[in-house]
Write a protein that binds this ligand. Structure first.
Ligand code: FAD
Ligand code: MLT
Ligand code: ZN
Length: 453
């Protein structure tokens, strides 16, 4: 090991190889605080050439590596549990270019989502992916996880906007697919394959993203509704009025109460409701008036507030959920990120509540999510550590029964390995395994993540 550490030090310089546990602490525990391990070293390369040399050295030594961006992942995929080298990408932080004509952004993988968003905005464009972790999550991270987030309903998946990548393969070879065009059909879609690969196929060093033209006028509303079905009816009514959904989020009464108490906010609605929907819509200049008319006509609506534009004030009720939940549980929160067919969302929420109350009475569930994508984040608070897996299993069995997905946007990581067969059959897993073995025959890249069984 001394020889490998010497080699890594020679590549990136002594200040960028961290071995002191005090310095590595922030790199070995995940955002939820549940997944924590140890590393032989955190290595912080400053260029693609250094990433390539580090990986080549680790590959020769058979040393496993965990790529890490902002370490905001929620499935334990970005931290070492067994002494893997942590390859921190945060020093690769250059925004190369925004091309306002071709509507593309070229940047290093370690650039934060917030900085990329700002760079796009300076040219009258937007990145297209947005999520509450934007200040810390990196471009490499959102590509590696195919992040969903609050703008997916409008702009599609992160994958659909990755035009190109530069990535270093396990053995150190640099793969470059970099054509700034939406039309480029030469062979397999390797950028699409690396998107969502969770650091198991290559280390992404640069990304080329298609940017999006922002809506001209928007309005944001919070509306209390009696059911998930009513939330979907509101979505449809907004569509019938010619408004475009920029975001569509669902929160429960328990989640709203927790956020209001934790952040010391005033409840936004005069009357509490079983569900609170946040919608941001776009349209012509009088979008706020059009949205107000829809809300006024919407049958069963309990109460609503509406603001012109993107209302940070209203969004705070939604975006505070993750941090509030993490701060309000006595054991690390169990985060289950599921999707259900829209027509079965109501049934899912009802059956989930019943089964958890009957079988895991001490667990407090808080659900919220991107409801128009069918994506519900099920958070289990106060889950006794010895009930985590059993409760997860029951929720995922329900999801399987309903024809949903056990991982809508956060990925498999380490946390969901035992359940991958709930969503991928043996032939599918074998095909994925063959791709992985072809690209990383030494199995050094994130070996404990996305185990195909
Ligand atoms: P990390 O956490 O560092 O890594 C995540 C995975 O990607 C790991 O498997 C890692 O090995 C791999 N990886 C990272 N960088 C690279 C690279 N350069 N090359 C290869 N592999 C790499 N997720 C959503 O999808 N939607 C949301 O709405 C959302 N909201 C969030 C809100 C909060 C408050 C928090 C804390 C998290 C949220 N997340 C969300 C989860 C998380 O922010 C995303 O998964 C994000 O894409 C992770 O980016 P990161 O840079 O932090 O990656
Ligand atoms: C979100 O939508 O806020 C996230 O995916 C984070 C979470 O699930 O807590
Ligand atoms: Zn989410």
């Amino acid at each position: 090991m001394t020889t490998l550490l010497d080699e890594l030090t020679a590549i990136v310089g002594p200040t960028h190889v961290l071995t002191d546990p005090e310095l590595t602490a922030g790199y070995v525990t995940d955002w939820t605080g549940y997944w924590t391990g140890h590393t032989v070293a955190v290595v912080r390369p400053g260029s693609t050439a250094e990433v390539s040399a580090v990986l080549a050295a680790c590959y020769r030594a058979g040393q496993p590596v965990v790529p890490q961006g902002g370490n905001t992942g929620l499935v334990g995929g970005s931290v070492p549990l067994d002494g893997e080298v942590v390859l921190s990408m945060l020093r690769l932080n250059r925004i190369e270019e925004v091309d306002p004509v071709g509507r593309t952004l070229a940047a290093d993988a370690g650039v934060s989502v917030a900085r990329a968003q700002e760079a796009a905005r300076a040219h009258g464009l937007i990145l297209g992916t947005d999520l509450a972790s934007r200040e810390s999550a990196t471009l490499g991270g959102i590509v590696a996880t195919n992040a969903g987030g609050i703008a997916m309903i409008k702009n599609g998946s992160t994958r659909s906007r990755v035009l190109g990548v530069e990535a270093v393969l396990a053995d150190g070879r640099v793969l470059t697919r970099w054509i700034p065009l939406v039309k480029d059909n030469i062979g397999y879609d390797l950028p699409g394959l690396l998107t969502g690969s969770e650091g198991t196929l290559a280390v992404i060093t640069r990304v080329l993203m298609r940017l999006v033209t922002p809506a001209r006028a928007t309005a944001t509303a919070l509306a209390g509704v009696p059911s998930a079905a009513a939330a979907l009816e509101l979505r449809d009514a907004l569509g019938r009025a010619g408004l475009t959904l920029e975001a569509a989020e669902l929160m429960t009464a328990a989640g709203m109460r927790l956020v209001v108490d934790h952040a010391g906010l005033r409840p936004p609605l005069a009357q509490p409701a079983p569900y609170t929907v946040l919608v941001e819509v776009s349209g012509s200049d009088d979008v706020a008036a059009a949205a107000a008319a829809v809300l006024a006509d919407c049958e069963g609506l309990i109460d609503a507030v509406l603001e012109e534009g993107h209302s940070a004030k209203l969004w705070r009720f939604r975006e505070s959920h993750t941090e509030t939940i993490a701060a309000s549980t006595i054991t690390p929160v169990v985060k289950l990120d599921v999707a259900v067919p829209l027509r079965r969302m109501e049934e899912f929420l009802d059956r989930l509540t019943e089964l958890l109350a009957a079988e895991f009475p001490t667990i407090r569930p808080i659900c919220f999510g991107h409801f128009a994508d069918g994506n519900i984040h099920v958070n289990l608070l106060d889950a006794p550590v010895d009930e985590r897996d059993a409760a997860t299993n029951r929720v995922f069995e329900l999801i399987r029964d309903l024809g949903g997905s056990i991982s809508a946007e956060h990925g498999i990581g380490r946390a969901k390995n035992p359940w991958i067969s709930f969503g991928r059959d043996p032939v599918d897993r074998a095909a994925m395994g063959a791709i992985r073995a072809a690209l990383d025959p030494g199995r050094v890249l994130n070996p404990h993540v996305l185990k195909l069984g």
